[in-house]
Design a protein around this ligand. Structure first.
Ligand code: FNR
Length: 346
């Protein structure tokens, strides 16, 4: 018996209550990082933003060698979304879109593998704005409503969006009410305006006001600067008066911030991350970028300097004493690859 839509919306909304969520981050939030975040205690993990056009022209492949589902960009021959069973039920894929019909078409393709679909309405980058996506949507309430309600009505998984605040509080609240009326399960709010940068203070009082006036879960975002220890995650939620929090940079710098038991030394975190990268054949450039963001000042150390010279995943693995694991993973991938699979796909 199908569950009535109103009841479904309540069930969906509950999935976003009392959660610690890892935010979408381009080049960081690929499968290995998401698995690391789940290891350390994240409740939900967002993918990096993917533009709808890219998903439209993608080919979906079962990768037997890795045990994953891959979305492959056929023009570039690259995998832009890789997912596995372990994150099923926890993965939210964020899309960049400016068109309701296209958004639904691509969300339908993703639906079997995700716990939810999120629409990026906060990205201030020129590429997004020019395409009418990201923060460009914040001033187009009609379009927002059209995109979100089309997704809500067309999908069997929850739909959310991630916004930035507007210059005026009343406008921000009006916007959030429109978003709520579109039927989304929750809304993530980064407490900065479109033109503000990480060095500007995050406006938790506006997030709190949004949480006060709307009835769906509000997920507070933007607090990483003050999230030094695990307990600060809760403090950020309290300051914002929201039921859930979303963390980007603090997780990127040291993902073990998510552990209730406390943070781990960064070398342990890097090693754990690299194990996932090796297991799931993460692209070298992405791996290097993520490790660089974990090392931060330590890039000046002898190990950091050796790391900066690396040009392959194996070279990175060697620095953290993981070459044996690298070769073992390679062997396993060869064994699992179907007979006749070309060497470059193994
Ligand atoms: C981001 N952010 C971001 N936001 C988004 O909606 N989609 C995305 O793909 C990205 N990509 C991205 C990459 C990197 C490297 C960073 C650091 C940030 C913004 C991010 O999700 C978040 O809103 C801000 O970083 C503020 O939260 P924190 O960092 O204070 O927790």
């Amino acid at each position: 018996i199908p569950v009535p839509k109103v009841q479904m919306q309540k069930i969906f909304a509950d999935r976003y209550r009392n959660k610690v969520i890892v935010a979408p981050m381009v080049r960081i939030c690929t499968l290995p990082f998401r698995l690391l975040a789940l290891d350390y205690g994240a409740d939900l993990v967002y993918s990096e933003e993917t533009i709808d056009w890219k998903i439209m022209r993608a080919e979906e492949r079962h990768n037997d060698a890795l045990g994953t589902i891959d979305f492959v960009d056929m023009t570039e021959g690259t995998v832009f979304l890789r997912t596995c069973k372990r994150e099923r039920g926890r993965l939210i894929v964020q899309i960049g879109t400016s068109d309701a019909a296209r958004a639904l078409q691509v969300a339908k393709r993703l639906e079997p593998y995700v716990a939810g679909i999120d629409v990026n309405m906060g990205c201030p980058k020129e590429f997004s704005i020019k395409g009418g996506m990201g923060a460009a949507l914040l001033t187009q309430p009609r379009k927002i409503h059209e995109i979100l309600s089309t997704l809500v009505n067309g999908l069997q998984v929850p739909v959310t969006c991630k916004i930035r605040i507007l210059p005026d509080l009343a406008d921000t609240l009006t916007l959030c009410r429109i978003i709520e009326r579109s039927g989304v399960a929750a809304i993530a709010v980064h407490g900065r305006k479109k033109d503000e940068r990480p060095q500007h203070p995050n406006n938790e009082s506006v997030i709190a006001e949004i949480a006060r006036v709307i009835n769906i879960p509000v997920i507070a975002n933007g607090g990483s600067k003050d999230i030094i220890d695990h307990k600060d995650i809760k403090l950020f939620g309290e300051k914002s008066q929201t039921c859930s929090v979303m963390i980007a940079r603090a997780a990127m710098w040291n993902c073990s911030i998510l552990r209730r038991e406390g943070k781990l030394p960064i070398d342990d975190v890097i090693r754990a991350y690299l194990r996932h990268c090796i297991r799931y054949d993460n692209p070298f450039t992405y791996t290097k970028y993520a490790v660089q963001n974990m090392l931060r000042d330590l890039q000046e150390s002898p190990r950091g300097k050796a790391f900066l010279e690396t040009q392959t995943l194996l070279e990175i693995a060697k620095i953290w004493d993981l070459s044996e694991e690298y070769y073992a993973a390679l062997k396993l991938q060869h064994q699992n690859a179907p007979i006749g699979c070309p060497a470059d796909q193994r």
